[in-house]
Design a protein around this ligand. Structure first.
Ligand code: C5P
Length: 416
């Protein structure tokens, strides 16, 4: 396995930056600068609302290009279609509630909305609005429609808002939007972003629950976010994705077929039934190693004293997949490992013991990555001795890097 690829240089990349009418419009100048510094050619479309907050001259100074604002200018050259077609990626920063609503419904009443309707490139939106507006059912529904259509919504963050208010609705920092743009571009990959087309990928996610009685269970801290990010990105890259999910509140990513399971044994049955039908199995789930030998049929009563609970081992699904596969290179097996000490040494031993091809290793002694947080930092190990570190990044970005490694492994002519 080659080292984890760096974020793609934006040299020669054409970015369309839409700036709409929110106070955060001033921060769009910083995003424009980050994009220009990374080598991108940036075309700014400033809406009338946006122009109330920041001037075109600011963007012209930063990008060295004319700022567009009016759909009625230069009709003959079909500005909106030309801008939309020319963009490799479009980012709207900040995106107001009104902008989200227009895009969700396909309205096209100004240059930005018309351009985005004509664009076929990835679109990144950075919503910014007051908390009540963001939480309004209309905005929630619009955000869901857009996300299902493959639009990337980045943020909003929680924090200070206009007029001294605070709460969810604050635009993400320009650096975060920049990262979302580079991720959206990287996701297009060498095959126009569909380098997993024709591949069937099975992903497990979340933490299993092992019942003690009808209301209590033994569980773990896995949120399912890493597995869901992998499913979302794999589907965007063209894979046919089946997600086997232990209990989680997370929404099913667009285009993904989901099966819900509860216990390790349910997951075992679901995975083993599909193992021959897929090209890749990614075991991101945190599977309970042990379960109570017997779940009490009725709720355990406090006044009967502390129950003695005997634990028995669950099947190790990944290890069984490794054994069942034998010398067959398919399906490619990707495991996860959470380690607290002698991380690499333990992980190497686990990779061999489970018979997996790739192992994604989390150092769970860190507090800023891993369980229950948005970000992750991992080490990727492969069976042939390769290693690559993925620096702290969003779980989506980490998912991209893991799938890059999977693509390399799938394409490798010889799996020995
Ligand atoms: O042995 P450990 O739990 O550290 O291994 C983690 C990896 O093995 C994960 O990929 C997890 O999904 C998988 N696993 C499994 N079945 C188990 C325990 C872990 O498939 N019973």
């Amino acid at each position: 396995m080659a080292g984890a690829p760096e974020d793609p240089p934006l040299d020669g990349t054409r970015v369309l930056l839409g700036v709409t009418g929110g106070i955060a419009a001033y921060k769009a100048a910083l995003l424009a600068r980050l994009l220009v510094q990374a080598g991108a050619r940036v075309d700014v479309v400033l809406t009338r609302g946006g122009a109330h907050f920041v001037g075109a001259a600011t963007f012209e100074g930063i990008t060295g290009r004319a700022v567009r604002g009016e759909v009625w200018e230069d009709i003959a050259s079909g500005t909106h279609v030309a801008l939309g077609r020319a963009a490799d990626v479009a980012v709207v920063y900040p995106a107001t509630a009104h902008t989200l609503a227009k895009l969700a419904h396909g309205l096209a009443d100004d240059l930005l909305s018309t351009t985005l309707l004509a664009a076929t490139c990835p679109v990144v939106l950075a919503p910014a609005m007051h908390t009540e507006m963001w939480q309004h059912p209309a905005t929630r529904a619009n955000a869901v429609v857009l996300a299902e259509r493959g639009v990337v919504l980045v943020g909003p963050d929680e924090g200070e808002l206009m007029g001294g208010d605070a709460g969810p609705g604050r635009v993400v920092e320009p650096e975060m939007a920049f990262e979302a743009v580079t991720t959206a571009l990287a996701a297009r990959g060498p095959a126009g972003g569909r380098d997993l087309a024709g591949r069937r990928v099975l992903i497990t996610a979340g933490g299993t629950r092992e019942p003690l009685d009808p209301v209590r269970y033994l569980g773990n801290r896995s949120s399912g976010r890493m597995g869901f990010a992998l499913a979302a990105v794999a589907a965007e890259r063209g894979a046919e994705v089946e997600l086997i999910a232990a209990p989680t509140e997370l929404a099913t990513p667009p285009g993904v077929t989901r099966t819900d399971v509860v216990t390790a044994r349910d997951m075992h049955t679901a995975v083993m039934a599909r193992r021959r039908a897929v090209d890749v199995i990614v075991k991101a789930a945190a599977v309970a190693d042990f379960r109570p030998e017997q779940a009490a049929p009725g709720k355990l009563k406090k006044d009967r004293g502390a129950p003695a609970v005997t634990l028995v081992a669950n099947p190790d699904i990944l290890a069984e997949l490794g054994t069942a596969r034998g010398a067959d290179p398919r399906p490619v097996l990707v495991g996860f490992a959470a380690e607290t000490d002698a991380v690499e040494e333990h992980a190497r031993a686990k990779l061999a013991a489970k018979g997996a091809d790739l192992l994604v290793v989390n150092d769970v002694s860190a507090t800023d990555a891993g369980f229950e947080v948005e970000d992750n930092r991992v080490l990727l190990l492969d069976r042939r001795g390769g290693r690559a570190e993925v620096a702290l990044a969003s779980k989506r970005t980490v998912a991209e890097r893991i799938l890059d490694a999977v693509v390399v492994w799938l394409d490798a002519p010889e799996q020995g």
